[in-house]
Design a protein around this ligand. Structure first.
Ligand code: GLY
Length: 423
């Protein structure tokens, strides 16, 4: 099978590495990729959002399967263009991707499917912002009502900070979504979905704030771990049965059945799981940890999803143990990151015993030096017999990487190790 992966982050690097482990995958291409992905796949400088160019590349490389990583090309209909060209694609249609692209659509689907989620209101007029804030909080949850790569969300007990963020979004012409705060630890559950067939992967937990102890602003994700020793198995079953299946069925009923990865982000509160958000693609950085434990051929699972035969393949098998992803971010991230610095210690190739270095925002200079090119620069994924060992694998490896001004959280998975998470 010849596979083309679309995207350029550590999530796509993890997908490429997992696909390489599938003996059925005979050729791997990526567009545009990054300096790390280029070590394992043939990379091509194609814009992921340019549907015609992606179709042309998939045709040129004779791809049997295209896997689209990021949400923006999905929301823009790149998967639809590939399907029209007769090329199997892992990723939903633009109509189904609205589950992430439009929070109002997602709320409507959840309401019709009877799924618990936060109460919300959309504000598009600055004159209505103060009254609307008074109907919520504390704690206030203020979101950009569109795609913002996680950085459009402010969760705060400070009304003036909530107001400032809402006013800033409105000034930029972005409608604001106010939500009631959902209490309880967060879970990311990724499900392969092909119409009404739903196959869950391992549950994971993201760490969205920039600083240790969940301090500082929200980011695109500073680290993740899987599995979740504090999450009862029956809660995963309940999420699949009471949340993901009803939403998948509702999308089919509306004529926009989902094909790809449906990501349920939930808070596990005293009344049970409630949805914080749905995404239409693999989550970043949770995917990097989840795929590190996958023991089944990834290409087969993705191809079956893309071709409507998911119900006929074996459910995924998992390696014992745990995996932890730690993100190395550039100076000043999640603000305007410092770019263009030389990175040392990332190593050649990806894997080194129990630790794998994945590239996110990297590029290679003409002289061959590895250079930072994004806010999240590298990820290190550690595996081990348990979370303590997986953390040790990741943190030992990341300590050997040098990038001026860079930072990473030192507490990824620590609350779980110390039994500080309660459902
Ligand atoms: N882990 C957050 C996201 O992928 O949106």
């Amino acid at each position: 099978m010849r596979v083309l992966v679309i995207g350029s982050g550590a999530r796509e690097h993890a997908l490429v590495l997992a696909l390489r482990r599938d003996p059925a995958v005979t050729a791997l291409f990526a567009a545009p990729g990054n300096a790390g992905i280029a070590q394992q796949a043939q990379v091509r400088p194609v814009d992921p959002c340019a549907a015609e160019d992606v179709v042309a590349l998939a045709t040129e490389v004779d791809a049997d399967l295209v896997v689209i990583g990021p949400e923006v090309p999905l929301v823009l209909g790149v998967a639809d263009a590939l399907r029209v060209a007769g090329i199997p694609c892992f990723g939903p249609s633009a109509a189904a991707a609205r589950i992430e692209g439009s929070k109002a659509f997602a709320k409507d689907v959840m309401s019709a499917a009877g799924v618990r989620t936060a109460h919300s209101e959309v504000v598009d007029n600055p004159a209505e912002l103060d009254d609307a804030l008074d109907r919520f909080g504390p704690t206030w949850v203020v979101k950009d009502d569109g795609l913002a790569a996680g950085k459009g969300v402010v969760v705060t007990a400070d009304r003036s900070a909530a107001r400032e963020h809402g006013a800033e979004l409105l000034e930029q012409g972005h409608p604001v979504l106010l939500e009631s705060f959902l209490d309880g630890p967060e879970v990311s559950l990724f499900c392969l979905v092909d119409g009404e067939t739903v196959v869950p992967l391992l549950p994971a937990q993201d760490h969205k704030r920039v600083g240790d102890g969940d301090t500082g602003p929200n980011t695109g994700g500073m680290g993740a771990y899987t599995p979740l020793p504090w999450l009862p198995e029956e809660t995963v079953t309940a999420i699949v049965e009471d949340v993901v299946r009803p939403v998948a069925a509702e999308l089919v009923r509306r004529g926009s059945g989902f094909s790809g990865l449906l990501y349920a982000g939930l808070a596990i509160g005293s009344a049970g799981p409630a949805v914080v958000e749905f995404n239409c693609r693999f989550g970043d950085p949770e995917t990097q940890a989840v795929l590190a434990l996958l023991d089944s051929p990834l290409g087969e699972l993705l191809y079956a999803t893309a071709t409507g035969t998911l119900a006929q393949v074996e459910p995924p098998r998992w390696r014992d143990g745990a995996a932890v992803t730690v993100v190395l971010a550039a100076e000043n991230y999640p603000g305007r990151p410092r770019l263009g610095d030389a990175i040392s210690g990332a190593g050649e190739g990806a894997s080194d015993g129990n630790a794998t270095v994945l590239h996110a925002g990297t590029t290679q200079r003409e002289d061959g030096a590895l250079i930072s090119a994004g806010g999240r620069v590298l990820n290190v994924v550690g595996v081990g017999a348990d979370l303590t060992e997986a953390r040790a694998s990741a943190y030992d490896r990341i300590a050997a990487i040098k990038l001026p001004g860079s930072h990473y959280r030192t507490d990824i998975g620590l609350a779980a190790v110390e039994n500080r998470i309660e459902v």
